[in-house]
Design a protein around this ligand. Structure first.
Ligand code: AMP
Ligand code: GLY
Length: 426
């Protein structure tokens, strides 16, 4: 089989690495990829949202399966365009991807499906959102731009004044993505991610994971793309996982079908969990980055079988997925300044020493090769991932590998997976 993976982050390196382990695969391309994917596959210099160029490449190279990593090409209709060209692609269609690309669509769908989520109101424009806020009592709310905004379109507010300012900011900064808005009740609790693979009928739930969105230790500092992740997440007990399936995933997939937007691909539920239960914060329509890295490190089944069965609508026939029982922890190493402005092109040393450690895999995100040397090329640079007999051991091994790796300005959070111990001790 000939497989093409679309994207350039740590998630795509993990996908390329796992796909490369399938005995059924003869050739893999990653568009555009990074220095890590170049070691597992062949990089193709095409932007991940250049739909016509990606379709042309897939056709000319007789690609049998395209795996789409990020949300932008999904929302741009890459899977639809590939389907028209008779090329099989893993990921939702443009209309199904609205579950992530439009918060108004998502919240209305959740309401219709009776899926637990924060109370909300949707607004056509900033003026009506401000008028609503002015009238309502002062309560903590979250203001969300409707469209894709690279994780920056969600503003968590404590007071009415902050919420009014958030509406102004979204209207001013996000262009078409900020035209419509959602204002919702602010929820409190602990966050976790439950990802499921679905062909629109059968749902295969993956073990729960936890991301670390804040830049600094103790969940302080600005929001990032994710500074680390681990799986399984003990916060999500087996009973809770069943509840998530029954009350959240199943009704969502059914409602998508009823809405004539059958969902195929990864359905990623961002959840808020507290003593009252569990609610959906958001849906993503793809693997999470960095959650994908620890999940795929633990997956023992052939990923290509799973991806194909999803695309062909026969997940039901697939045997249950096999998982390494050991937990995995992924620590993101970032460039100085991230999530603000940062420099690129710093030489990275120690990758071989880190890779030589047992049960460690260093997934690349923002890296490139320059004059034969691996250099930094983004804010999140590496996802250093390790397995261990316990979460504590996986953490120790991941940080042992981190210590081998150096570049000018490299940093990481030091507390990835510590949340797990809080959950375990309860
Ligand atoms: P979203 O893109 O909708 O997942 O939002 C990104 C982040 O904003 C989430 O991971 C939460 O940390 C936070 N968030 C979103 N909605 C809420 C809410 N209703 N209450 C509290 N925090 C929220
Ligand atoms: N880890 C969160 C995301 O991929 O959006």
């Amino acid at each position: 089989m000939r497989v093409m993976i679309v994207g350039s982050g740590g998630r795509e390196h993990a996908l390329a690495w796992k796909v490369a382990r399938s005995p059924r695969v003869e050739r893999i391309w990653v568009a555009p990829g990074n220095a890590g994917t170049a070691a597992e596959a062949e990089n193709v210099a095409l932007a991940d949202d250049d739909v016509p160029a990606l379709v042309r490449f897939a056709r000319e190279n007789q690609v049998d399966l395209v795996v789409v990593g990020p949300e932008a090409p999904l929302a741009a209709g890459l899977v639809d365009a590939l389907a028209e060209a008779k090329i099989r692609a893993f990921g939702p269609t443009r209309l199904a991807a609205e579950l992530e690309a439009s918060k108004v669509f998502c919240k209305n769908l959740l309401r219709h499906a009776d899926v637990p989520t924060a109370e909300f109101r949707a607004f056509r424009d900033a003026a009506s959102a401000s008028a609503y806020l002015a009238e309502r009592e002062d309560m903590p709310v979250v203001v969300k731009a409707d469209g894709l905004a690279a994780g920056k379109g969600v503003i968590v507010c404590s007071t009415k004044a902050e919420a009014l300012e958030a509406v102004e900011r979204i209207a001013a900064e996000f262009g078409p993505a900020g035209k419509q808005l959602v204002i919702e009740e602010r929820l409190f609790g602990e966050e976790a991610s439950v990802l499921a693979i679905t062909d629109g009928r059968t749902i295969v739930t993956l073990p729960a994971a936890q991301d670390h969105k804040a830049a600094y230790d103790g969940d302080r500092g600005p929001n990032t793309g994710g500074m680390g992740a681990y799986s399984p997440a003990p916060l999500v007990t087996p009973e809770l996982l069943r509840t998530v399936e029954e009350r959240i995933l199943v009704p969502t997939v059914h409602q998508m079908k009823r809405s004539r937007r059958p969902f195929r691909g990864v359905l990623y539920a961002g959840l808020m969990i507290n003593k009252h239960g569990v609610k959906v914060l958001e849906y993503n329509v793809r693997f999470g980055d960095p959650e994908c890295q620890p999940l795929l490190m633990r997956l023992q089944s052939d990923l290509v079988d799973v991806l194909e069965a999803t695309v062909d609508g026969r997940l039901e026939e697939l045997p249950p997925l096999a998982w390494d029982p050991r937990p995995a922890v992924c620590v993101v190493m970032a460039s100085e300044g991230y999530p603000g402005p940062y420099q690129k092109g710093k030489a990275i040393r120690g990758l071989e020493q880190a890779a030589a450690l047992p049960d460690v895999k260093v997934f690349h995100a923002g890296t490139a090769v320059k004059d034969g040397q691996v250099v930094t090329n983004g804010g999140r640079v590496l996802g250093v991932t390790a397995l261990g007999n316990s979460i504590a051991q996986a953490k120790l091994q991941a940080y042992t590998a981190v210590k081998q790796i150096r570049w000018d300005g490299a940093w990481c959070r030091k507390d990835i997976s510590d949340k797990a111990h809080a959950a375990l001790s309860k």
